[in-house]
Design a protein. Structure first.
Length: 156
């Protein structure tokens, strides 16, 4: 059975293992100081939030999310990161994490939860097609020189 909880100091090592797995999946690297900064942001819960999925008390999945204004109405919630330990896949971890974010967004008065994934992420897309509507939007990005203080490297 999957249990969804917040994260706390005791989760640091397991969280970082999962987050690094997420970054590897997307062929990204993040400097340790950026990971440390994100961890502190998540613990504070002031701007970005995290949920953890546990099976038998073990952290096997994570998600990061935040609410932001919408010019079309009520705030919306962006689910930025979601990762499940490969050994726990197929056990409802991803679905449970999404459900947890949706519940949080409802409590905050958000009008929607949305996210993006790479088109080649077929495994995740099967779940996403089951729990949400694909509205056909394509994402474009302009990288701003000097704006990336995270140490992230774009390899996709």
């Amino acid at each position: 059975m999957v249990t969804i909880t917040g994260i706390d100091e005791a989760d640091r090592d397991a969280w970082e293992r999962l987050f690094r797995g997420y970054l590897r999946f997307y062929r990204q690297d993040l400097a340790q100081d950026a990971v440390d900064h994100l961890w502190l942001e998540l613990l504070s819960g002031a701007r970005v939030h995290a949920l953890g999925a546990r099976i038998d008390g073990r952290l096997v999945g994570i998600t990061h999310y935040f609410a932001h204004p919408s010019t079309w109405g009520a705030d919306v919630c962006y689910l930025e990161d979601l990762f499940t330990d490969p050994g726990a896949r197929g056990r409802g971890v991803g679905r449970s994490l999404i459900d947890g974010v949706v519940a949080w967004a409802r409590e905050q008065g958000c009008s929607a939860v949305y996210w993006q994934t790479h088109q080649a992420n077929a495994t995740a897309r099967r779940l996403y097609d089951d729990v949400a509507a694909f509205e056909g939007f394509v994402v474009y990005r302009v990288a701003l020189e000097g704006a990336d203080r995270t140490g992230a490297t774009q390899k996709l």
